[in-house]
Unconditional design. Sequence first.
Length: 177
Amino acid sequence: FLEWSSRQPEGFKYELSRGQVMEMMIWVTRAHLRICTNLVLELGRLLDREKYLIGSADFAVQTLFGIRAPDVMVEPMTAELDQRISANPVFIAEVLSPSSVGIDFAEKIPEYTAIPSLQAYLICSQDLPLVWLLARDGGVWPDKPQPIEGRNETVPVAGLGVEQSMAALYHGIPDPE
């Protein structure tokens, strides 16, 4: 699949789930880009970059159902530099787009939470400071995502021992009027 998708015309990226190839748009809004960038920068500030690799949507994650390309992911550092896919992410984040709401909440939750190494899945609104967090607690996933809203809040990242500031995550995103 990775070889096939790398030979496709530019303008789309592809994911594979349950035997279906899905064409994903690569052109996102500036708000989407800012939140992803803020998330990567904040994780880079909080995490030991000798221990963790912080990746973007250009890197794939192996699920039990196929291959996904999350907006942001964190995995333990490895010396294998020729790989194109992570089999052991500890953190995954997706930023919602109008076309991805159903996928990020319905399809990806069971796919991501089935990854044995994953400790937290974060879904971020691109319109206002609001995230939904799924975090393992004692090895168990909650029944539904926990909403966290407001710039004064923090987001605990299970498995990494850090908390992200919502103000930092939503820097450059104005409050809705």
